[in-house]
Write a protein that binds this ligand. Sequence first.
Ligand code: A3P
Length: 289
Amino acid sequence: RDELLFSYKGILYPTAICNPESFKALESFEARSDDVVLVGYPKSGTNWLSQILTDLIAISQKKTPGTESSGNAEGARDFPFLEMGNAEKYERISKLPSPRFIATHLRPDTLPKSFFKNKVKILLVIRNPKDVATSFYHFCNGLPVLPSYETWDDFFTDFMTKKMTWGCYFEFLSEWNKYADQENIMTVTYEEVKENPALAVKNIATFFGIPLTEEELQLVVERSSFQSMKKNSEKTHGTVGNVLFRKGFVGDWKNHFTEEQNKKMDKAFEERIAGTKLGKKLKYDLYCK
Ligand code: A3P
């Protein structure tokens, strides 16, 4: 376990895809005001929203989604998230034409300051903690670069005690909550995108100032459905594809949580997140009880 992970500023990351030198180099990364940025805690639907955003960028450039690269042709050969890969990556990204698409799992206190200084538009995706934990558990056991768990109970204990890669779910939300009122930040929940994908895509496009015809909207919705993303996953994500596109629905936590674990999570949510703007947006009582 110790070999698989390293700690940077008190947060754990997987050694195979991140490294302390890149984190150092990242600190001086220059974000541009027209970057299209996606932020989400791992397993909140970040790959899903990435698909939606890259298609929207393609449309904004009058390209047909999926047929051409969407402005991040160079970046596409890198690891998809800002903090993954080696330090030279930032040199390459700095040469890409606008608008660049940037995705990250980082908390605002770890994200380079230029993102805030330049008032970059950020889409924040959040998901209910019970499904995030469930998804994360299967991800850890499916991905060799992450520590695996013999039992769900062991994983649950670590999830509740900050031992996750990219840090603690609750801290991620409370840190981002400090920015939730800013007009350059839009928050969507996994659950609301699932419930009404067309409305979510429309709102996201409006936020980034991308006009959409009805036909284009339908195309983005269809290409980002769980079925089509899973079908294409080997092409888009290689061998990680089948681990990444697992079930894709709301409520799989019911097949994992014991009564006692439910109580623990409910208590932690109530104490730490429930009263915040992001906490309320998650509709915990609807999706987690
Ligand atoms: P499950 O493990 O619950 O199935 P991330 O991309 O942030 O790692 O999140 C992964 C989770 O998002 C997985 O959840 C995955 O199945 C789900 N997901 C990925 N694409 C999706 C889509 N198009 N629609 C709904 N869920 C999707």
